[in-house]
Design a protein around this ligand. Sequence first.
Ligand code: SF4
Ligand code: SF4
Length: 425
Amino acid sequence: MDLVQIQTEADRPQEAVRQIAPPSLNDSVKSCKYIETGFYFGEEGVRCCTHADIFSPLMITAEEMRKGAGYDLAIRRRREHFERINGLREGPTGSCLGCGHLKVKKYKDVNFEFLGGEPIPGGMGIQHFTKCNERCTYCTYTVNDNFIGPQYEFLEFLEQFRKRGKLKGNNWIDFSGGEPATLKNFDEILNYFLSHNLGTIVVYSNSTVYKQSIYDALKNNQIILTTSLDTGLPSTYKKLRGLDFYSKVMANLIRYRNSGTSGLWLKYVICDTNRTEDDLWSFIMAVLAIRPDKVMMCPEFAYGEDHFPEETVAFAAKLWYLLERHYGFTPVDYTTAFKGPKWDRYRADLRSSVEALKAKKPLEGEFKLKERGWVRAAINRLVVAKDRALRSEMRERILPDGTARLKVARTAWLKTVGRVPFLRT
Ligand code: SF4
Ligand code: SF4
């Protein structure tokens, strides 16, 4: 194993426990469903959550995982973190104190014993390695030259919860890295999550390596595969991702498409090297060939800059407009969960640029391909309506996050309308 000594906040000195009486059952305390049920396996250890720029402190270090950390330590660390957040103990609180997920609730409703149980993005993830066969210019691992193999194994950790009946399904599981398909035990990990019915698994793969297990899981609509293609030109692909693998990736994506899945997603990360007219139109053609079920787009994270270049926003708007027009398909803005003025401004600029394009109708004389267009448009409208309803204030009012009511509604949905694959998540 390619191990790395990572110094982190969890190599913590003894923390002071404040001499304050512990809460009684009816006291109001601050907690969060990620602290109570989340576990995100990162290269440096295990956190409660990992959202773009928001994460809890480390609960368990990679070193502790290598030494066999399990259920008991996990529960203890969750409790300690809860105590820090509620002023009962000193120590790092990560992003928690300023995080919107932190809620006030009765102490009697706080429970640290379970792992998973709700599809909360960023609450269950596999990223205990960064090793990858590509070198994308926009990737933080490339920028920091930080490509390392798995730092520990975690299936035994999950087993300790499962054997106690404390591992719950219905999760949203991000399986990324690095390149997951290059992991020696990729099939074993995937099979574990599938065979124990742990929820929706999103595999983020560059699709340079074909895996029969991915094909089979796609065929059964058990996973979502997300691949960043970023262009439709082999020359740009090589420039951007460091390898001449475009034709291989396209061949693998077409094989995966032929599985008949409704879980094949493409992504476009917009950088200064791939925002030309050639990249734009070649990507549209690639989309028409692969027929993805979603296309996500986002700008390169623009390290250190406080805004995104105008050219990037203009490209994003045109790509958005063309996908709607020619594919009958509204792309997904991958930045919606990212917080901060830079992202707010990007989203506002993107919205107004798309509206301006629609008002101008620069391609008025051109037409969508008829074949599949109306079916795709109808599916897309349903998916957009479902996503809007899920995120609405009315849903939050009627079915608040974390309540039993929401769980019942979600189960009812999955057993009825949610059986249709594209309405499942
Ligand atoms: S409060 Fe926020 S940062 Fe802390 S564990 Fe919950 S979701 Fe993560
Ligand atoms: S494929 Fe993913 S992990 Fe690999 S270099 Fe590119 S962005 Fe980074």
